[in-house]
Design a protein around this ligand. Structure first.
Ligand SMILES: Cc1cc2nc3c(=O)[nH]c(=O)nc-3n(C[C@H](O)[C@H](O)[C@H](O)COP(=O)(O)OP(=O)(O)OC[C@H]3O[C@@H](n4cnc5c(N)ncnc54)[C@H](O)[C@@H]3O)c2cc1C
Ligand SMILES: Cc1cc2nc3c(=O)[nH]c(=O)nc-3n(C[C@H](O)[C@H](O)[C@H](O)COP(=O)(O)O)c2cc1C
Ligand code: SF4
Length: 644
């Protein structure tokens, strides 16, 4: 019998047929500052609909006039916004997808609680939900979704931490009053179309509601007339990671599964579904009726179509880095994507065949060189890529060795497959020199040779127990029991994390041994604590350069693993068994047998000057141009690939 993918089977909700069970949940994309739908929105969602997603949730969209113009959010608090929304729903429908608008009356974001909403404003907020839903109906949406999660007003009212003392706070019934009124108002406005409700399956907050109460809420929502329950994890203020790579794939699916037990309407599971085959298992097991792919569909709008056509391996893998998406919206910037430089730029850049096919030689097989080679080759150029190491991937390969970042490797593997498919000649273990490149007789040379370490002039830095932090990841160094890392930027913190976890058991091993009765909890500890790791950072804080969504996760891990961190520390000297440093003018020392340098990098670009003298069209991209991150490298690679 043929293998069927249940995720691709259609589903009917309130008489509306969805072509599959793949939904793209609401993502605030920050594409317009004035709250109107613009071309960026249209082209972005056109691609997703064309890629065969079943259901798109757009938003979050404010419907309360009191909150007009806030936070770069989409708006539907006035009739003037309807026309733009109508264009959006028309485009999505044209490609066979369904579209629901996620609405809120005001939004708190990361700060504040339900006490911020004056009692006398509440009737107006409820009225705005009804009017907003009515406008959504007129704009052609297949339904609306009330956001009862994240930093929304609804979630603030529903939260068990709601501090109000009036009829909208205190008892369960009171905390649900705003939700009940909102559901009824939204139903009035949206008439017979779909009414979805997004909620936490657990608040994961001190004093917040847990799964048991979430189940009670879900039962009420169904009773009040909700058609879909869209389950996410905890909110913006929880200290449990929700979307970063620290969260195991499908880590919160159990919440949907437990809600599904108590309702008879479709339930959507969410968070950390990057892989559609994994998601399919959750549909097959009956844990959910549909699965949300937020970032995965941001990374590859054609995910559903590729899955249907059997091209699973060609799906651009979202690596859950959040660098291009979540980290950018917290800085109020439109979203982009690390692995897909076209995402979020659908209205700006297009890939077209080159007018004149050229011979292109790319120097360096890190993210910049790989992406440049891929695009140039797809455009019809003949591409040869030189990589001096035995493996492609550059520093990103090292990044994938950091605990919980193993998924980063999927991007390198995907690039490799794409290069092979498009006929790029990859010469590994081959250092590019000007003589070799001259023999190739290229029309174009792209220099993507990355970085080299920047070594500070510290006394004793040339001792034989001093190494580069990245050499640990390369397997060139075995660390001792007292490790000092000089430099607490991104690399220093991540290598500290790696070392602190070297001896720990993998969670699956712990589970396996416990399951068979051969490991007690208190036996695990000695595996965790084998080394003393100290990070010395001269700035007042560590982890600069790590995205906002991920930084606190890493710092929390370092604390948990007992890594010592000293900030404002100026290293004076490395001695045989200790490092001398100064904090606020006071000299201190730390015992060590291994010193690791994470003191920054500089461009490895000398070869660029040589190439410029020998060839007419030469590009310098990625870290070789200016040390940055992989997103910058991939984007510069794509831009060069499009220019050639
Ligand atoms: C531990 C660690 C964790 C990181 N984590 C992240 C992260 O989470 N997110 C993020 O965005 N970035 C991260 N980075 C940074 C990211 O890996 C780099 O910014 C990115 O790899 C730069 O890409 P690139 O292609 O410009 O250079 P590189 O990745 O450095 O690639 C350059 C390539 O050129 C090759 N090369 C050099 N000279 C020659 C030559 N003469 N001939 C042939 N080949 C040559 C090198 O061997 C190398 O493979 C991390 C880096 C490290 C070390
Ligand atoms: C950039 C970004 C913006 C988001 N905005 C919203 C939003 O407006 N409303 C909402 O309910 N969830 C929002 N989310 C959460 C996503 O809908 C989704 O639950 C989360 O990304 C986890 O799913 P994923 O692992 O499939 O990405 C946002 C997530 C990201 C990355
Ligand atoms: S930026 Fe990172 S997390 Fe966001 S969609 Fe792209 S790969 Fe996924």
């Amino acid at each position: 019998m043929a293998y069927t993918i249940k995720l691709l089977e259609g589903i009917e909700i309130k008489g509306i047929r969805l072509r599959n069970r793949i939904s793209m949940p609401a993502m605030h994309v920050h594409f317009s500052k004035d709250g109107f739908v613009n071309d960026k929105y249209i082209e972005y969602y056109r691609k997703r609909a064309e890629g065969e997603v079943g259901l798109i949730f757009v938003g979050v969209c404010n419907v309360d006039p009191f909150f007009e113009g806030m936070g770069g959010m989409l708006q539907l608090c006035d009739d003037k916004y309807i026309d733009g929304m109508k264009k959006l729903t028309d485009v999505v429908h044209e490609y066979g997808a369904r579209i629901i608008l996620q609405i809120t009356a005001r939004y708190l974001g990361f700060k504040g609680d339900a006490s911020l909403f004056p009692y006398e404003h509440i009737d107006g907020m409820i009225k705005s939900i009804e009017t907003g839903a009515r406008r959504a109906y007129r704009a052609g949406f297949d339904g609306v979704e009330l956001i009862g999660s994240g930093g929304s007003s609804l979630s603030a009212f529903m939260s068990k931490t709601n501090p109000r003392t009036d009829e909208y706070g205190g008892s369960f019934e009171n905390r649900m009053r705003f939700a009940e009124r909102s559901v009824k108002a939204a139903r009035e406005g949206i008439s017979d179309k779909i009414l979805s409700f997004r909620m936490h399956g657990h608040e994961f907050l001190e004093g917040g509601y847990e799964l048991k109460e979430a189940r009670e809420i879900a039962v009420l929502l169904e009773k009040w007339g909700v058609d879909i329950i869209n389950i996410t994890g905890g909110g913006h203020t929880t200290k449990v990671p929700q979307i970063t790579h620290f969260v195991p794939p499908a880590g919160y699916a159990f919440l949907a599964r437990n809600i599904k037990d108590v309702v008879n309407i479709p339930v959507i599971a969410s968070n950390r579904f990057q892989d559609p085959i994994l998601a399919d298992m959750y549909i097959i097991k009956g844990w959910a009726d549909m699965v949300n792919f937020a970032r995965a569909l941001h990374a590859d709008p054609y995910l559903p179509r590729k899955l249907r056509e059997g091209n699973y391996e060609d799906i651009v893998p979202c690596i859950a880095c959040s660098q291009g998406c979540f980290d950018r919206i917290v800085e109020m910037n439109p979203i982009l994507c690390l692995v897909n430089p076209f995402s979020g730029r659908e209205d700006e850049i297009k890939m077209e065949k080159a007018k004149e096919p050229k011979k292109v030689v790319v120097l360096g097989g890190g993210p910049a060189g790989l992406e440049c080679a891929r695009i140039a080759s797809l455009r019809g150029h003949k591409v040869i890529l030189y990589e001096k190491e035995k493996f492609i991937g550059g520093n990103f390969l090292l990044a994938s060795r950091i605990p919980e970042k193993e998924e980063f490797l999927r991007f390198i593997q995907w690039e490799k497959r794409q290069l092979e498919k498009s006929g790029v000649e990859i010469k590994i273990d081959t250092e590019a020199t000007v003589e070799k490149i001259k023999m190739e007789k290229p029309d174009v040379v792209v220099v993507a040779t990355g970085t080299k370490p920047s070594i500070p002039p510290v006394k004793g830095i040339d001792r034989k127990n001093v190494f580069l932090a990245t050499d640990v990841l390369k397997g060139k160094v075995s660390v001792g029991e007292n490790v000092v890392i000089i430099g607490g930027g991104a690399t220093g913190c991540e290598v500290a994390h790696y070392i602190a976890k070297i001896d720990s058991l993998a969670p699956e091993v712990i589970h396996f041994l416990e399951h068979h009765g051969y490991l007690k909890r208190d036996e695990i500890l000695p595996f965790w604590k084998r080394r003393e790791v100290t990070v010395l950072e001269m700035l007042p804080r560590i982890g600069e350069g790590i995205g906002r969504s991920t930084r606190w996760n890493i710092l929390m891990e370092l604390r948990r693993l007992g890594v010592k961190v000293v900030t404002d520390a100026k290293v004076k000297e490395i001695k045989e068994n200790e490092v001398i440093y100064e904090v606020n003018g006071e000299e201190k020392s730390v015992k060590t047998d291994t010193v690791l340098l994470a003191t920054g990098v500089k461009p490895n670009s000398e070869i660029y000057e040589v190439m410029k003298k020998n060839f007419k069209e030469v590009y310098l991209i990625g870290d070789a141009k200016k040390p940055g991150d992989a997103m910058n490298a991939v984007h510069e690679g794509a831009e060069a690939g499009l220019k050639i």
